[in-house]
Design a protein around this ligand. Structure first.
Ligand code: FAD
Ligand code: DHB
Length: 386
């Protein structure tokens, strides 16, 4: 269920093991391919995509990054991932591109993706023949009798509520991100995470001519109050360092994203498995959401391969615990990055001094910088079994 990165990659991995699937998605293909979201792939995620035949455009247009800048108190400090780790890097490759690659690969292989489905529902998940029902784009009611159903239907999906007695751990943050996509040549070689008294700002990119920028705003921020001029002047202010400025250009798109940490478990009930945002959300500051979704799917593909091809359900029984260990590490890291860099409304001078002390520590202690580098570039990837 769901043609986001999780559902599409799972379908692709199952197909490589000869396991048939149908992906049911309630949005159109155009919508799924245009939805602006994440942009950073951990080294292990990029390797995974290459290893399953999805590396061509990634290698052509993905941009490898060997570190990030942390900016505070008007100065910028480089955290060099390559020298802090055993040469690890990340790749800036937009989620929209990952989704396009996956859709193209599934369709080229004759895979079934039902876009624009309506009345999607799931039943009998406690039996060994759960049923997925929907009305297809032509208005024909369909019903699929399945071995398993993977709920990859995102945070607002319908699968998570089907797990009885699920535990939920949640934190909402008193701010949101205004995301901006602009036809402006990036003025920086590496991403910049900036803490400023007016709030956090992040400088990312999509190509040598397109910048992706984020500004901390209020959770109920009204988009119409952010003219392009106001966006650029706020970005100039929050990224200001002597002798440098943000290159401006036409704003192509802008939107507001709320910030939340959310973990639910178990991620399985009977023959229903949750993966990706359907089970957990992290605030975007650590660039982990997309990577976690794809990591769940590798664990799930291995488990389903063992269960459906060899009748061995041990990996499936361990699925939730295996995923949640990584999810909690990423949840802690994302919370830590978020808390260090954002200015909470009403935060006092004590809190500001703690943040600045932490930022000075991370940018001066090799041990602290290594901890950031290890978490940002990613954890030991789940190994795909073939
Ligand atoms: P999704 O991408 O949400 O895919 C779920 C799919 O299921 C969707 O296509 C949806 O249409 C479909 N669906 C939902 N309900 C149904 C239904 N009832 N029937 C059929 N289909 C259904 N992460 C970062 O690391 N950095 C970022 O900057 C960042 N920005 C984000 C901005 C936004 C607005 C959001 C929502 C997320 C952002 N994320 C970011 C997180 C990252 O994009 C997600 O972690 C990632 O999309 C998870 O992939 P997924 O496949 O699990 O879920
Ligand atoms: C991007 C998004 C993030 O959340 C992040 O931490 C880094 C980069 C991006 O969209 O490029």
């Amino acid at each position: 269920m769901g043609a986001g990165p999780a559902g599409l990659l799972l379908s692709h991995l199952l197909a490589t093991n000869g396991i048939e699937s149908v992906v049911v998605e309630n949005r159109s293909r155009e919508y799924c391919e245009a939805r602006q979201r994440a942009g950073v792939l951990e080294g292990g995620t990029a390797e995974l995509l290459r290893s399953v035949g999805l590396g061509k455009r990634l290698d052509a247009i993905g941009m490898e990054h060997g570190g990030i800048y942390l900016q505070f108190d008007g100065s910028r400090h480089y955290v060099d991932f390559r020298s802090l780790t055993d040469g690890r890097t990340v790749t800036v490759y937009a989620q929209t591109e990952v989704v396009k690659d996956l859709i193209a690969a599934r369709l080229a292989a004759g895979g079934a993706i039902e876009f624009s489905a309506t009345s999607v529902s799931v039943s009998d998940v406690a039996s060994d023949r759960p049923v997925l029902s929907y009305v297809d784009a032509d208005g024909t009611p369909r019903s699929v009798s399945c071995d398993v159903i993977a709920g990859c239907d995102g945070f607002h999906g319908i699968c998570r509520p089907l797990i009885p007695e699920i535990s939920v751990y949640e934190r909402t943050y008193p701010y949101a991100w205004l995301g901006v996509l602009a036809d402006a040549v990036p003025s920086t070689d590496e991403l910049i995470y900036s803490r400023h008294e007016s709030g956090f700002a992040l400088y990312s990119m999509r190509s040598p001519s397109v910048s992706r920028l984020y500004l901390q705003v209020a959770p109920d921020e009204k988009l119409e109050e952010w003219s392009d001029d106001r966006i650029w002047s706020e970005l100039q202010k929050r990224f200001a360092v002597d002798g440098w400025s943000v290159a401006e250009g036409p704003v192509r798109e802008k939107s507001v994203t709320p910030m939340r940490s959310f973990v639910s478990g178990p991620m399985r009930y009977g023959r229903l498995f949750l993966a990706g945002d359907a089970a957990h959300i992290v605030p975007p500051t650590g660039a982990k959401g997309l990577n976690l979704a794809l990591s769940d799917v590798v664990v799930l593909a291995n488990a389903l391969r063992a269960a459906l091809l060899s009748g061995s359900w041990e990996l499936a029984d361990a699925y939730s615990d295996t995923c949640l260990r990584r999810v909690w590490r990423a949840t802690h890291f994302s919370w830590w990055m978020t808390s260090m860099l954002h200015v909470a409304p009403g935060a006092d001078a004590f809190e500001a001094q703690l943040q600045l002390s932490q930022l000075r520590y991370v940018t001066s202690s090799r041990a602290q910088a290594t901890a950031l580098a290890e978490n940002y570039t990613g954890y030991r990837p789940a190994r795909l079994q073939t």
